[in-house]
Design a protein around this ligand. Structure first.
Ligand code: HEC
Length: 105
């Protein structure tokens, strides 16, 4: 039983390492971040509610704001009132996407 558990742990760890390597090599696509932006940003950054004149409800708009959005999310300033977002799986995915489309990589 103990060796089964160790094997399970080893397989899980290598799967995790592979997944990490894959995500570093291939940045997320817009399709993968669309819902993350909708759930975490659009309540304050749509055409209807555009705090700071930031509207990021389409791919083109998000790419346009990528540099600023990256630094705001990475510093924990955005989403407003949710400084832990940047360390969540959704936050890390969004940061990887914003970095990949940012012009100041
Ligand atoms: C609860 C409301 C709220 C949410 C949710 C929110 N923001 Fe904001 N955001 C604001 C407000 C208010 C401002 C303007 C005031 C300011 O600059 O701090 C702002 C400003 C910004 C700016 C411009 C900052 C600057 O200095 O010009 C960016 C970029 C931004 N938000 C990105 C995002 C992103 C990306 C998300 C989602 C991950 C997000 N925001 C979620 C309220 C929000």
């Amino acid at each position: 039983m103990k060796s089964n558990l160790s094997l399970f742990a080893a397989v899980s760890l290598s799967t995790l390492l592979l997944a990490t390597a894959a995500s570093a090599a291939t940045p997320p696509t817009y399709a993968e971040v669309k819902d993350i932006v909708a759930d975490n940003c659009l309540s304050c950054h749509s055409a209807d509610v555009a705090y700071g004149d930031v509207v990021i409800e389409t791919e083109a708009l998000l790419v346009n704001f990528a540099n600023k959005a990256y630094s705001e999310v990475n510093s924990g300033s955005m989403p407003a009132g949710n400084p832990d977002f940047k360390d969540s799986p959704e936050g890390l995915t969004l940061l990887a996407y914003l970095k990949s489309v940012s012009t100041t990589k």
